[in-house]
Design a protein around this ligand. Structure first.
Ligand SMILES: N[C@@H](CCC(=O)N[C@@H](CS)C(=O)NCC(=O)O)C(=O)O
Length: 263
């Protein structure tokens, strides 16, 4: 093997981070990307590589070592392809982007928890929780990068980490009618989100793909799990999402069948 190999799941936000970083470095073609179908149990050869863990992405180095965790893999790629650095080199600037990067976990969990919620009574609290996350990002950006749109001059490390979530949260617009209110307290983060989503290196997915593939998540079934009465997950490779209809939006009132989802 001469190139590193990344084992990844389509539409996985953590996997998209790696694709974005490599695209920024113009190194996308130097890594082999191997798709894994999340709707089937992991194959034995893959479990052997991971010593039993199932989360992806993982990277296999050219000499056969396995690296797990998207942020660790990002750093490895940054180190082996040091030209066109994406992370900041100045210690203070690097600390700033790391502080922002560390806010990714709560942001991700809030969005996915809301998407997977099945209790309409919790909707308002989940919406508030999501707004709080955006307000925290807004505050951070106002302190460290008031003029923007990015944290520093260009789309960089923090943008690579967050943009896949901004794009996944199209599912909140669709299934939860969530829009960031047009208010000054979200203006800075809104400019950041828009600039991130519009960047040429972050075009690996679309609103339509996210909305269609994440239908089952919106009904509470994550990671390719099967919902009652269904024989196929919305995360399945076939039929291609482009050939499927848009799913029903009323997740609290209705459970779509395979046929309604074009599966
Ligand atoms: N902290 C991990 C999270 C990776 C993760 O949760 N990946 C999901 C796909 S989006 C996954 O593999 N889920 C299936 C599983 O864990 O078995 C990272 O940053 O790489």
């Amino acid at each position: 093997m001469t190139h590193p190999t990344i084992y990844h799941i389509p539409v996985c936000p953590f996997c998209q981070r790696l694709d974005i970083l490599l695209t920024l470095k113009s190194r996308r073609d130097e890594v082999d990307f191997q798709l894994i179908d999340i709707t089937h149990p992991r194959p034995d050869w893959l479990l052997h590589k991971t010593r039993g863990t199932t989360a992806l992405p993982i990277l296999e180095t050219a000499d056969g070592h396995i690296i797990k965790e998207s942020l660790v893999i990002l750093q490895y790629l940054e180190d082996i392809y040091p030209e066109r650095p994406v992370a900041q080199r100045d210690p203070w600037r690097h600390a700033v982007e790391n502080m922002l990067t560390r806010m990714d976990g709560e942001f991700f969990s809030q969005g996915y928890t809301w998407l997977m919620n099945q209790d309409p009574a919790l909707r308002e609290a989940l919406r508030e929780g999501m707004l709080k996350q955006y307000a925290q990002l807004n505050d951070f950006l106002l302190e460290h990068a008031p003029s923007g749109p990015f944290l520093f001059e260009d789309f960089g490390w923090a943008e690579t980490v967050f943009t896949p979530f901004f794009e996944r949260f199209w599912f909140l617009e669709y299934y939860e009618n969530f829009v960031l209110p047009d208010e000054p307290r979200y203006a800075r983060v809104r400019a950041w989100v828009e600039a991130c989503i519009g960047h040429p290196a972050a075009q690996q997915t679309t609103r339509e793909e996210v909305v269609k593939l994440y239908y089952d998540y919106s009904k509470g079934a994550g990671n390719g799990a099967l919902l009652p009465g269904r024989s196929k997950s919305s995360m399945a490779f076939e039929p291609d999402w482009r050939d499927r209809p848009w799913p029903p939006k009323n997740k609290y009132e209705h459970s779509a069948t395979d046929a309604e989802l074009g599966l």
